[in-house]
Design a protein around this ligand. Structure first.
Ligand code: 0O2
Length: 208
């Protein structure tokens, strides 16, 4: 394991460079959007590099041997960004501006809002490739961006705590209850979305 950790040192530096590039580009894209549209779609952004220990756990959970190649191939969220928005419509606007960025390449995307996971988890996932400049050449590093509303974020952090508490073996009645909560989160997001539409109608009137 000691050797494996040493092997990973250069990778961890690349992840760090990718996260810095990604964060800078995201901040620019979001500021530009705010300037053009006079709204603040983002509540907060969280970034992290997945720890080596967590990456090893993920590889084992997926049934892969723990080595550098498998980490690059099968752990897609070593570099992770979570963008938390106020309203559902903001989530899709943020997805659009990221997909329009000239800097990133889009690797894959999954809309767990339209198609939630069986747990009830919902969020929009974009897996992108971020260019980093190293020793005079460009290398692309994968990163996962999760975009969700505050209500979805509240649900996901609670669910994460529950999964941790039961070590993934969640009792049936708890799983059922957390799933039911996800339906209420969905309902709340829809109500907030409609309320926001009504509010913008009033805002328009005020400025006419
Ligand atoms: P952590 O601790 O948040 O980093 P992939 O990354 O695509 O190789 P996976 O698990 O097949 O791995 O992909 P998926 O399903 O897109 O999940 C990636 C991340 O989404 C997870 O990372 C979680 O952050 C989040 N996620 C997915 N499903 C759930 C869920 O049911 N509940 C919660 N709370 N979060 C979820 P990690 O590494 O599992 O966890």
């Amino acid at each position: 394991m000691g050797n494996y950790k040493d092997e990973l040192s250069d990778l961890m530096i690349k992840y760090d460079f990718a996260l810095q590039t990604l964060t800078t580009e995201l901040n620019i894209l979001i500021k530009e959007y705010e300037f053009n549209n006079k709204i603040n779609p983002v509540e907060h952004i969280k970034t992290r590099i997945k720890s080596r220990e967590s990456a090893i756990r993920k590889l084992k959970r997926k049934g892969y041997e723990v080595n550098r190649d498998n980490l690059i191939l099968h752990v897609h969220d070593m570099v992770g960004v979570r963008i938390v928005c106020s309203f559902l419509s903001d989530v899709y606007d943020i997805v659009k501006i990221i997909k329009n960025s000239k800097l990133f390449k889009i690797k894959s995307e999954e809309d767990f809002i339209k198609n939630p996971k069986t747990s009830g988890y919902s969020s929009y996932h974009l897996n992108i490739l971020v260019p980093i400049h190293l020793n005079g050449r460009v290398e692309y590093i994968e990163a996962e961006i999760q975009i969700r509303t505050m209500a979805m974020d509240f649900w996901a952090s609670l669910d994460h705590k529950i999964q941790y508490k039961f070590d993934g073996e969640i009792p049936e009645e708890v799983a059922e209850e957390i799933y039911n909560c996800s339906l209420e989160v969905k309902e709340l997001d829809n109500r907030m979305y409609n309320m926001n539409k009504i509010m913008s109608k009033y805002k328009e009137k005020k400025f006419v």
